[in-house]
Design a protein around this ligand. Structure first.
Ligand code: IVH
Length: 715
């Protein structure tokens, strides 16, 4: 393939006007995407690495000057054009090796003895850096000229994966090294980890969304880092401790502890428990002390690491096969115990999802008494993982079973095994409840995954009617995009619910009428003015647009965009309500009619059916519609400039969100599609439009800028 681009002199990025920069950003994005594809997918690059780097540098310089051009589709955010979800491979300039393990104190004595014999020092005075062994993922960060250029996972030690874009989102990783006399090449190595608190919070969110539950903080750190979309990594709080190095064009310090302080001066976090020890006794004492602190630390550690402090001695000691003679990991014993599972309780979360919790005969594990163990979901109890794989060799968990639980690195203890030999005679398979434990005993369904398959999480269908979910639903009901009622925050709603003043949304509209009894102005934190304002806010919302009303009902999978599609599709509340009741009864015609609406598919239809099939929800909706007036939805215009046309949006828009733009287009009678084909009439391309722009060119589709589009629709 011909080599292109003897690069003609291009104007300095600093001199480009914003519109010029935008055009060039789009052009370069397209060009880089093509080169990435040829390089990674076709193994047939058409330009040299140096030419490619020059293009990338110019592209990066434009994004640095105009950060608003960066989108998740921008090549700068993508990790190569890696096929089948894999990351580009990076060869480590120096291998990333691992440490030998010591378990008993004798192993540590042997380790020190070996070093003494090797070095043959006259006084055997050897200092060690003693550090916690962080249970995360090791990472190598390469800085050139003080700038972060590559971040790579350990991989097999020789080759890791390029996760630079993701690592750039970590606060603990400086893009530029601080300080003077930074060596030209510095490879800083250390551990990426997630705090226990962040891990628990993430699992809660994952649970609520029906996504993968991570077993421990290390897995969740790994899962968060190996994301194709760096914005996902950015949303996950990952930390980094620096503790080692790879290639260095010069060594700024002569000792391990000196290097750790140097990392701090460069802008890194290092582990605060690191200690310089002068004898084997001090090493052992360090191990004991850290083990005591282990359960109180907010990050997982699985041992401590001892390293000869003097780097010249480390170099003399060198490596034996794949582990250094100068360092060792002194591990903590696994935190396992055996106990009896007394009961299984179902906890209902604020989104209605069920978590089975194992109630244990209390048992000490690693210095902590454990009484509860998470059993995750129905499949987990049956011995089936979330990809259908066997857990515990398929052994199910029954009440009365003797179970092996483990806390090794895990915050929430896990059941790692069931001792079948100890299973009491007659122990029955556990049957997951079919009804919610709430007083309403509403039906339980298994959630669907994003791909429409049956998921492993069960949830209550009671929505507003389920007392466990009430607050979450009420919060959504009053939120800005739903009823938008000022002055009703979570605290107030909780108070009103606890007092029994608000049982369902309609009660919000009768608060004023009942106030001579309730006397809100006498509640702490309320006064006459705030109560008057609250009533004013509630009154002003009695008239509500259909799409907001549908959204406020809080049906699963019915977000704003879907609510809008339903509102446009049916036009009036009566039409939508009647259709939904029919859908709930399984009326095929009504289902087909709903299915024919743009953007509505099986998941939404099932959710509407579940909601309107629940008699408590029907009552709640009926009471509510007596309190408010629902304004019909605007029908799509038939004779606008774009009616009947198919449009596609790509790249970032500056004057509105993509959803807003799509909604506008639909309101004016156009069809907003998600991919470009020969049927497309217009592609509205913002910065970072990427492959859709290429498709548009291929199919001869008219490409408009955002401004040209707005002009066309008269916006
Ligand atoms: S030093 C030559 N220091 O433990 C190896 N490693 O088996 C140099 N680790 O892969 C590694 N905390 O992921 C070192 N303070 C620490 C560490 C540490 C955790 C991990 C690291 C490495 C593994 C060694």
């Amino acid at each position: 393939m011909a080599r292109s681009a003897k690069s003609k002199a291009l104007p300095d990025v600093a001199k480009l006007t914003k519109p010029q920069a935008k055009v060039e950003h789009m052009r370069l994005a397209l060009e880089l995407e093509g080169h990435d594809k040829r390089y990674y997918q076709e193994d047939a690059p058409s330009i040299s690495d140096a030419e490619y780097d020059a293009l990338r540098q110019r592209f990066n310089a434009i994004e640095k000057r105009f950060p608003e051009f960066v989108t998740s589709e921008s090549p700068s955010q993508k990790i190569g054009a890696a096929p089948s979800g894999r990351f580009r491979k990076v060869r480590h300039s120096l291998p990333m090796l691992s440490l030998d393990n010591a378990f008993a104190e004798q192993d540590v004595l042997d380790f020190v003895g070996r070093i003494e014999r090797f070095l043959k020092l006259p006084d055997n005075k050897i200092d060690f850096s003693a550090e916690p062994k962080i249970d995360g993922l090791s990472m190598s960060l390469r800085y050139e000229g003080g700038e972060l250029v590559t971040a790579a996972t350990r991989g097999d030690g020789a080759e890791g994966e390029d996760v630079t874009a993701n690592i750039r989102t970590l606060e603990d990783v400086p893009q530029t090294l601080k300080g003077r006399n930074i060596p030209d090449i510095c490879e800083v190595r250390g551990e990426v980890y997630m705090t226990k608190k962040a891990f628990l919070a993430l699992n809660e969110r994952q649970k609520a969304a029906g996504d993968t539950i991570f077993a421990n903080p290390r897995n969740s750190a790994a899962g968060s880092l190996r994301q194709k979309d760096p914005t996902i990594t950015a949303s996950r709080p990952l930390g980094f401790f620096a503790y080692a190095w790879g290639e260095m064009s010069a060594m700024p310090e002569a000792t391990q502890t000196g290097m750790i302080h140097w990392f701090e001066r460069c802008g890194f976090k290092t582990n605060p428990l690191t200690k310089l020890c002068h004898s084997t006794d001090e090493l052992i004492a360090f191990h004991r002390k850290i083990e005591e602190q282990r359960s109180h630390l907010d990050y997982d550690i699985d041992g401590v690491v001892y390293k000869v402090d003097r780097i010249d001695w480390q170099e003399r000691l060198g490596f034996v096969s794949r582990t250094p003679r100068w360092g060792i990991a002194h591990k903590f014993p696994a935190e396992r115990a055996m106990t009896v599972l007394r009961d299984i309780e179902i906890q209902v979360g604020r989104t209605g999802s069920f978590t089975p919790v194992g109630k244990l005969e209390p048992v000490g594990v690693g210095g902590v008494i454990v009484q509860n163990v998470t059993l995750h979901n129905e499949d987990y109890i049956r011995g089936v993982g979330n990809k259908g794989e066997e857990l515990r060799e398929g052994r199910d968990i029954r009440i009365g079973d003797t179970v092996v639980i483990q806390r090794a690195g895990d915050v929430i203890p896990q059941v790692v095994d069931v001792v079948i030999d100890k299973r009491p005679k007659g122990a029955k398979e556990y049957h997951f409840p079919k009804k919610c434990p709430c007083p309403l005993h509403t039906d339980v369904v298994r959630e669907e995954t994003a791909t429409g398959e049956e998921g492993s999480r069960a949830r209550c269908t009671g929505e507003f009617a389920c007392p466990f979910q009430k607050i979450e639903h009420l919060k959504l009901f009053v939120s800005r995009r739903a009823f938008d009622i000022d002055g009703l925050g979570e605290k107030q709603l909780q108070y009103f619910v606890d007092e029994g003043w608000v049982k369902d949304p309609a009660d919000i509209f009768t608060l004023q009428k009942r106030n001579n009894k309730l006397k809100l102005e006498e509640i702490e934190g309320y006064g006459e003015t705030s109560v008057r304002n609250l009533f004013g806010a509630i009154e002003s919302r009695r008239n509500i647009a259909l799409e907001r009303f549908i959204y406020a009902l809080g049906m699963r999978h019915v977000g704003e965009t879907t609510a809008l599609a339903l509102a446009r599709g049916y036009g009036s509340w009566d039409a939508f309500h009647e259709a939904s009741l029919k859908v709930a009864k399984g009326d095929e015609e009504a289902i087909a009619e709903m299915d024919a609406l743009d953007q509505i598919g099986d998941t939404v239809i099932q959710s509407v059916a579940a909601y309107f099939g629940e008699s408590h929800n029907k009552d709640i909706v009926e009471r509510l519609t007596r309190e408010v007036t629902i304004i019909d939805a605007e029908k799509p215009k038939k004779n606008s400039a774009i009616s009947g046309k198919t449009v596609v949006f790509s790249g970032s828009l500056e004057k509105m969100t993509r959803d807003e733009a799509k909604a506008n287009a639909e309101r004016l009678g156009a069809k907003a599609a998600s991919s470009v084909s020969k049927k497309t009439d217009y592609l509205i391309a913002g910065p970072g439009a990427g492959s859709k722009l290429a498709d548009a060119k291929k199919h001869g589709v008219t490409v408009l800028t955002e401004d040209e589009w707005l002009k066309l629709i008269g916006g």
